[in-house]
Design a protein around this ligand. Sequence first.
Ligand code: SF4
Ligand code: SF4
Length: 158
Amino acid sequence: MDGLRVLVGLLRRLRALILRSEVRVVGQCNICGFCCQGILLRDRGRWLKSERAFRKLCEREPDHGCFEITGRDEEGYLVFRCTLQGEDHFCTCYEDRLPLCRTYPSKSLYYQGRDLRSACGFSFKATTFRDIIMRRRRRAIPEFNEVLRQELNKPGNR
Ligand code: SF4
Ligand code: SF4
């Protein structure tokens, strides 16, 4: 599964390069609070799998001490929740929240083969090969009004 995710991420990156079209983050936050629970954390490009790695991250970046391990996902990565989330699901330190919270959801998630939860008000919008083909087809088909205008302007049709 991990390998599949890497492959999906690589293919997304490759497609963005070929089509010269960067993924866009669209939508808006509906304040559901889900991104403060069930979190995976990364340190220097690697998702955390061991408590030791998490401790090292906290030593270097003490802000991460607000996260608490709640388990592991099906791929063995550590899953965290943030202890700064209030019972009402709102962030209790919104003005001072971590950079990773400020930039969520980042495009890098998309290029790592990850997707957002369905409850999230944001989504990733990428241009696909199909979009490009459809765009070219639309350009190739003359507008009906234009064809009609040309036909009406022909001498015999006036
Ligand atoms: S710091 Fe605030 S926004 Fe960031 S994970 Fe914790 S509760 Fe959520
Ligand atoms: S999961 Fe998405 S919609 Fe919900 S709080 Fe986080 S960013 Fe906002």
